[in-house]
Design a protein. Structure first.
Length: 104
């Protein structure tokens, strides 16, 4: 029992609040991005493409996308998703997953 306490403390220190906030924001952004991507790709492909888009979004983009949680994506959100999807890094992620290189 005594040996597990230092390990537990080390794990807690390793989880910074910034990293946790980023992970939470990215999870929230996924729920906004998926319906947009779902207009262009079917279910399982849309889920993979969503992960590519969110993984290649900047922190500011993630925050902007996460603000649209629980509402229908507006024009600005759709444009943000499509802009991220058009980036070379995102296209490489799509290709690596066997998806088309671009959404629309």
């Amino acid at each position: 029992m005594r040996g597990t306490l230092p390990l537990l403390l080390a794990l807690l220190v390793a989880c910074s609040p910034t990293d946790m906030a980023d992970k939470v924001g990215r999870r929230a952004a996924e729920t906004v991005v998926l319906p947009v991507v779902g207009k262009y790709l079917p279910g399982p492909q849309a889920e993979v493409a969503t992960r590519c888009v969110v993984d290649n979004a900047s922190a500011a983009e993630v925050q902007a996308l996460a603000r649209d949680i629980a509402v229908q994506a507006g024009t600005s959100t759709v444009q943000t998703v499509l802009a991220i999807a058009a980036r070379p890094e995102t296209a490489r992620c799509f290709a690596g997953a066997g998806l088309p290189p671009r959404l629309p």
